[in-house]
Design a binder for this molecule. Structure first.
Ligand code: SF4
Length: 396
């Protein structure tokens, strides 16, 4: 269907910079993000990271987001975080109004640390609270207590971070609607601008996955998970949060003109992943996307350090996406967002007629109440959101 990628126009939006800090105090049994617990490699990792920045400098790109995730970036002190931001500014054009986010584990911070992070240039904090229930925290193998979670939120706000996001996990075995509602209530008490509510997943290779496979753990029934998802949407919508992606919600806030505007409280960085905007990922296991190319780094801190010491980029793979692959990606990413796939943008980008080529699939999904089609949008219903993967596969 596609001859070449010449119909593809370059994306002129500022890019995103992601930095993967591959260290954690302890591995959580549900997590499949790459990280290690050996802190002795911090200094060598820092040198390697700065080399990677120097080697991947791109004068054609400017960035309006810098996101330090992991792993647990808050295992690094504020001086080190400041050094990372400074080095990024030296290698890349980071715009003055850039959103600079730091992911924080409540078990690793203090008020002083938050104050210092703020001085070092961080202007957005995302706290991995996960739950305000001690039983859930224990099940998730988190290093922090409920008290640590509350303290981290209070300290971040006391230190002046207005742009605050919290992560929560639900769908935990034996979790009830009542207990999940309690988590949500406690989460919104501090009025964070952003909430990410993730359904617990059983990722292959994790201890939690093995426990389930070997019958030591009984996951929550699908019907109950669906009920918790519906509860999340209803509760957050009733309390001033707008869902903009399957798991992400932004608080409505008043603008100067008196209108409510949840757009500015979205995670500007994560929006880049869903909107096909270029991003560069640094650090072990980080992925980059420079349309139409995708590449990713090795998942091994030692190898990452060795490669960069030898002035070699720590690449584990690279692929040039074909127009078909880009189209599949556009469908998958579009359906994740409540706005859905913007049909005119899609048609222009891929030189196709979306409604015509997917007529049968759309009709099938519409009848089942999984998708809504309007003049210019194709979006999942809340029921459809629970089946994103299988719905996206139907388009493929
Ligand atoms: S702290 Fe975060 S990154 Fe580290 S193991 Fe736990 S969930 Fe994964």
């Amino acid at each position: 269907m596609f001859q070449n990628s010449s119909c593809f126009t370059p994306n002129l939006q500022p890019a995103g910079l992601y930095i993967h800090i591959p260290f954690c105090v302890k591995k959580c049994p549900y997590c499949d993000f790459y990280s290690i617990t050996n802190g002795s490699l911090h200094p060598a990792f820092m040198d390697a990271l700065i080399s990677e920045m120097r080697m991947t400098r791109d004068p054609n790109l400017m960035f309006d987001t810098l996101y330090m995730g992991g792993g647990t970036p808050s295992v690094l002190d504020s001086k080190t975080i400041g050094k990372i931001i400074e080095a990024a500014r030296q290698s890349y054009e980071i715009l003055p109004h850039a959103e600079i986010t730091l992911e924080v584990n409540p078990g690793t911070v203090s008020l002083k640390q938050f104050e210092e992070y703020r001085c070092s240039g961080v202007n957005r904090i995302n706290i991995g609270v996960q739950s305000f229930d001690p039983v859930n925290l224990q099940f998730l193998g988190r290093i922090h207590s409920v008290r640590d979670a509350h303290a981290a939120v209070t300290w971040a706000q006391k230190a002046g971070f207005e742009n605050l996001g919290l992560d929560l996990i639900y769908g935990i075995p034996d979790q009830t609607k009542k207990s999940w509602l309690r988590d949500l209530k406690l989460a919104i008490e501090s009025e964070p601008r952003h909430l990410s509510c993730y359904i617990l997943s059983f990722e292959p290779g994790t201890p939690l996955y093995r426990d389930r496979q070997e019958g030591r753990l009984k996951p929550l029934a699908e019907l109950q998970v669906c009920e918790l998802f519906e509860t999340t949407l209803e509760f957050l919508s009733n309390h001033g949060y707008v869902q903009y992606e399957i798991s992400n919600f932004a608080r409505k806030s008043m603008t100067r003109s008196g209108l409510t505007d949840a757009d500015r409280n979205r995670s500007r960085h994560n929006m880049k992943y869903w909107k096909f905007v270029p991003y560069i990922g640094l650090g072990p296991s980080a992925h980059s996307f420079l349309d139409p190319k995708r590449y990713w780094n090795c998942e091994d801190v030692k190898k990452y350090i060795q490669d960069l010491e030898a002035e070699k980029l720590p690449r584990a793979g690279v692929e040039r996406l074909s127009m078909e692959q880009l189209m599949i990606e556009a469908i998958y990413l579009g359906l994740r967002q409540t706005k859905g796939i913007l049909i005119d943008v899609f048609d222009k980008k891929f030189a196709v007629n979306f409604k015509a080529i997917f007529k049968k699939v759309i009709a099938n999904l519409e009848v089942r109440g999984l998708i809504v089609l309007s003049r210019n949008r194709c979006a999942l219903t809340s029921k459809g959101m629970l089946y994103l993967d299988s719905i996206a596969a139907m388009f493929i």
